[in-house]
Design a binder for this molecule. Structure first.
Ligand SMILES: Nc1nc2c([nH]c(=O)n2[C@H]2C[C@H](O)[C@@H](COP(=O)(O)OP(=O)(O)OP(=O)(O)O)O2)c(=O)[nH]1
Length: 195
């Protein structure tokens, strides 16, 4: 099962049969997908389902019917065990960004962390998971697929939020502040802390 977030509402891609008694089951074609996404975006539905018997194919077909932006992101920990957050669009988020043509996802993830926060000397420790959300650009819905990596650093210099990307704050956060920040974050970010 894959959860694709439209703001805080999931579009659930599943190989488990769903009944349509709540009117929230959609088929795997472009028009129907846009209807599902619009219903979630406008709050008419809290969640929606797309069913296909083969889960792998389901994601593959879905991704061929909507423009996809592939991104890499970092769950960065410093020597004190604190985690690096950015504050952007009135939410606490983790640094991430689009993979450039010909670039590896790992490299993009490290480059974006550095560009968005000023943190250097990054090392990737392991792959965490992939998240999906929908966003609208130039009047059209797009799917953002973010590959997240656990990273560590010994960097203790000044943090510097990338102004051109609308990053207002960059902070290292310990357990208590993380708990608070996650109350004003995305579902996709919360799940990274459950791994
Ligand atoms: N960052 C983020 N945005 C989300 C999520 N779910 C969701 O509906 N959105 C919405 C809020 C934003 O208006 C929109 C685009 O945000 P974004 O961070 O993916 O886009 P971006 O292109 O500005 O950022 P970037 O990847 O270059 O850092 O997506 C989510 O889990 N994370």
């Amino acid at each position: 099962m894959y959860k694709v977030f439209v703001n805080e509402s999931p579009l659930i891609l599943t190989n488990e049969r769903q009944d349509n008694s709540n009117g929230n089951l959609f088929s795997l074609d472009g028009d129907s997908m846009v209807m599902a996404i619009t219903s979630l975006a406008k709050g008419r539905l809290k969640k929606a389902y797309i069913y296909h018997p083969d889960e792998e194919k389901l994601l593959d077909i879905f991704m061929h019917k909507i423009p996809v932006v592939v991104a890499g992101g970092g769950f960065v920990t410093n020597k004190k065990g604190k985690v690096l957050f950015i504050y952007r669009n009135n939410k606490w988020d983790l640094p991430k960004g689009k993979v450039d043509k010909g670039e590896s996802i790992e490299n993009a993830a490290m480059r974006e962390v550095e560009e968005e926060t000023g943190v250097k000397n990054l090392q990737i420790d392991k792959f965490l998971r992939t998240t999906y959300h929908i966003f609208k650009r130039n009047g059209e819905y797009r799917l953002k697929q973010v590959h997240w990596f656990a990273m560590s650093t010994d960097f203790s210099g000044k943090l510097k939020g990338q102004k051109s990307e609308g990053i207002e704050k960059v902070k290292w956060k310990g357990p208590r502040k993380i708990e608070k920040a996650l109350k004003n974050s995305y579902f996709n970010i919360k799940v990274l802390f459950e791994d």
